[in-house]
Design a protein around this ligand. Structure first.
Ligand SMILES: NC(=O)c1ccc[n+]([C@@H]2O[C@H](COP(=O)([O-])OP(=O)(O)OC[C@H]3O[C@@H](n4cnc5c(N)ncnc54)[C@H](OP(=O)(O)O)[C@@H]3O)[C@@H](O)[C@H]2O)c1
Length: 334
């Protein structure tokens, strides 16, 4: 089968389309004929080797973290899915393998595709949709009437986060440029700050919860616009000790390293009386089923910015790496 394979960490030239053997499903796996895959910043960050301290799968590796397609075989212990079922999934982080004509998915990571979506839109949901759901509902515990600030609302995660926050009942403010403003408003965002003309330090509102999708200086400034006693969760900033303990399987040595690396950002948060967590999303078929329900009920729209054929996957990744996608980028496999 054709697959997009990473041979060594590096730039775009370090990954290429190759002919490889089809994967063999384990007892708990679904073998999926992949129809479309979603692209995410993690794909190029992983290719660059930026996640080496955290994820160390053996190379060469078929890249790709989320997919939609039809089940073509099931392992001996699979009960919930059958051959022919249309499914979507965020595959296991250390396994990847979605950028291929066939891929294996643990049954607990897969869900039935929303009946209202085609494969292209379904492939855009898992990674960004789960990230938004897990940060807002599980970490921030967003409640009706709360004032939520999201940095970077116009991208893949942001377009889901705005809608999920509205579903949870929050009043949502986000940052976007002129290019993204109409989009974030169409998704229900209450207030938009144009980050290209207004610095966060001049924002007068104070917020009950913060979700950071940008990192760096934006994250640092977010602590200044939060009410004391509140919490900022970032998926784009500096990982901290709890990331290693809670999201990466209790890795104590890594936790100590992250304690050092994150000292500055945690101190900054503490000075403002604000809690700080860096979160790694996790695959979950159960959470994905909830997103599928919201989509079928018309409460969650999927925003796909561009689609590319499989042969142009390198071009698609370049576009994601440009950092200007509005919603998601999808590659169709068949
Ligand atoms: N830890 C995890 O589990 C996890 C999971 C998912 C994602 N992430 C991370 O979260 C981040 C966001 O992911 P994504 O998929 O949403 O990225 P994305 O789709 O590539 O985001 C692109 C969007 O960000 C906007 N943007 C760029 N700089 C901005 C700024 N300074 N202020 C406001 N908006 C800005 C761009 O708008 P303009 O073009 O108008 O500038 C564009 O619409 C990435 O770093 C990703 O790696 C982490």
């Amino acid at each position: 089968m054709h697959a997009y394979v990473l041979k060594r960490y590096g730039g775009p030239e370090s990954a290429r389309m190759m002919e490889v053997p089809a994967p063999v499903p384990g007892p708990r796996d679904l073998l999926v004929e992949v129809r479309a895959v979603g692209l995410n910043p993690v794909d190029f960050k992983f290719r660059q080797g930026k996640l080496r301290a955290i994820l160390r799968p053996r190379l060469p590796l078929v890249l790709g973290n989320e997919l939609a397609g039809n089940v073509v075989a099931v392992g001996s212990q699979v009960g919930r899915f059958r051959v022919g079922d249309p499914v979507f999934a965020r595959v296991a982080k250390e396994r990847a393998g979605a950028f291929a004509e066939q891929a294996c998915v643990d049954q607990d990571h897969a869900a039935y595709m929303p009946r209202t979506l085609d494969f292209t839109d379904a492939a855009a949901v898992p990674l960004a949709g789960l990230t938004a759901l897990q940060t807002l509902r599980d970490l921030l515990g967003v409640k009706p009437g709360q004032k939520l600030f999201i940095s970077g609302g116009a991208g893949g995660v942001g377009t889901f986060a705005i809608q999920i926050a509205k579903w949870l009942g929050a009043h949502v403010t986000t940052t976007a440029s002129k290019r993204g403003e109409a989009l974030v408003r169409s998704l229900g965002c209450d207030e938009v700050i144009d980050y290209t003309v207004q610095d966060l330090s001049s924002v007068e509102s104070r917020f009950d919860a913060g979700l950071d999708l940008i990192g760096g200086k934006v994250l640092e400034q977010m602590f200044d616009i939060m009410k004391p006693g509140t919490m900022v969760v970032s998926v784009a900033g500096v990982p901290e000790p709890q990331t290693a303990i809670r999201d990466l399987g209790g890795r104590k040595v890594l936790s100590a390293v992250l304690w050092l690396i994150s000292y500055g950002i945690r101190a900054r948060a503490r000075r403002r009386g604000v809690g700080y967590r860096y979160f790694f999303m996790h695959p979950s078929g159960r959470n994905l089923s909830l997103l599928a329900e919201l989509i079928e009920q018309g409460k969650l729209k999927v925003v796909v910015d561009r689609t590319y054929p499989f042969a142009k996957i390198a071009e698609a990744l370049d576009y994601v790496e440009s950092g200007h996608a509005k919603g998601k980028v999808v590659v169709t496999i068949r």
